[in-house]
Design a protein around this ligand. Structure first.
Ligand code: FES
Ligand code: FE2
Length: 384
């Protein structure tokens, strides 16, 4: 089987088909607790420079990245009430993006000056943004999980997002890349499962049936969210959500949201607190993930000599992903039957991007609401 002919899955700037597809869905942008009141942050998503700030009313907001006067980044500005004032000449922009003050202009033309502002919500400890056309769809919500403990892992990855997206539904790599996981569990070790992919109303299901009856399920919600409950190691037992959000074409952020639905709310919160402090320890005491990835890719260190650590999985994946090239030429791929989910993912993207290019409406894939999550959790394939 040959790879696809060239389709541009990788470039996601404004106006490009993959970018327009991703913009039609809410994306996680930032961790809520990392945004204090009146401390604006520069933010880049899908190649767009934005400004994120929390007003004195505690509400998080996202507006364009630069001042409409002479282009200073607004993230060095000063928050005043629910608005933000540019540090250069004092123009003030309100939360809708409207310029409301030009202090040194004898005849203010502020009413004629506006930047874009974007719908923002906060949920499950994350700040979400919608960058697409109106109408804004509702943000998916999970009322039955709201009492559970949860934690996030957010990782900046310095390669194109589509690598990680494909990797999320590539179950075979679990056997070869990871030291710990479902393929290494005693009952599964040495088994050769069958990997299948099914198109669904929300995107695709990848399932791997082991001869011993074990079934692994991965649900990819178009365009860029993965849901699974079959994680191993640190993820065991958690309901796991993962968004791969392009920063630009050569980097993206992975936002993991891990919900302890298998534990009581108290135990779940304790476990989540423990994981958070463990992650702080890892971040402060071990070499950065990126550094270890580069040390292996440069030939300085052998794969076999990578030290074991709690976030080893991110290093293992990072090496095999950036090792394909920052933006690889997928048309050269030679895909086989075990790439069923990759083939289907590319097919769905190709179909939706082509609709967008022709000016047609792309599919409105449903978000990961509770009805669909329950359906996925209950789904049972025939044992292989
Ligand atoms: S650049 Fe912002 S007020 Fe001049
Ligand atoms: Fe992996």
């Amino acid at each position: 089987m040959n790879g696809s002919t060239h389709v541009d899955f990788e470039h996601t700037g404004p106006g490009l088909p993959a970018g327009e597809l991703l913009r039609r869905y809410w994306q996680p942008a930032f961790v809520s607790e990392e945004l204090p009141v009146a401390h604006p942050k520069p933010l880049k998503i899908l190649g767009e420079e934005l400004t994120l700030y929390r007003g004195e009313d505690k509400v998080a907001r996202i507006i364009d990245g630069r001042c409409p006067h002479r282009g200073l980044v607004m993230s060095v500005g000063k928050v005043e009430g629910d608005s933000i004032r540019c540090r250069y000449h004092g123009w003030k922009i309100d939360p809708t993006g409207q310029c409301v003050e030009q202090p040194f202009e004898p005849k203010s033309f502020a009413a004629k000056v506006r930047v874009r502002s974007y719908p923002v919500e906060e949920y499950f400890g994350l700040i979400w943004v919608y960058l697409g056309p109106a109408p804004t769809p509702p943000l998916p919500r999970w009322p039955s999980l709201e009492q559970c403990g949860y934690f996030h892992v957010v990782e900046l990855r310095k390669w194109n997002y589509f690598h990680d997206l494909e990797n999320t539904v590539d179950d075979v790599h679990q056997r070869w890349v990871h030291a710990e996981g479902i393929y290494q569990d005693a009952a599964n070790a040495g088994q050769i499962p069958a990997a299948t992919a099914l198109e669904t109303e929300f995107g695709l299901m990848q399932y791997t049936s082991f001869p011993n009856g074990y079934l692994r399920k991965l649900a990819l919600f178009m365009p860029n969210m993965l849901y699974f409950t079959s994680g191993a190691g640190m993820l065991r037992g958690f309901k796991s959500f993962l968004w791969n959000v392009p920063v630009d074409d050569v980097s993206h952020k992975m936002f993991f949201l891990l919900v302890a639905a298998h534990l009581s709310p108290e135990d779940g919160r304790d476990v989540a607190d423990g994981v958070r402090s463990g992650m702080r320890y890892v971040a402060s005491s071990l070499p950065p993930v990126e550094q270890v990835i580069q040390s292996v890719l440069s030939g300085e260190k052998r794969w076999e000599d990578i030290e074991s650590r709690p976030d080893l999985l991110l290093i293992e994946d990072g090496i095999v992903l950036v090792g394909q090239g920052i933006i690889p030429d997928r048309s050269k791929n030679r895909l086989g039957a075990s790439d069923a989910a990759i083939i289907l993912l590319r097919k769905l993207y190709t179909r939706e991007m082509s609709r967008i290019e022709k000016g047609e409406q792309p599919s409105a894939f449903p978000g990961p609401d509770e009805r669909l999550l329950a359906q996925i959790d209950e789904f049972q394939a025939e044992p292989a």
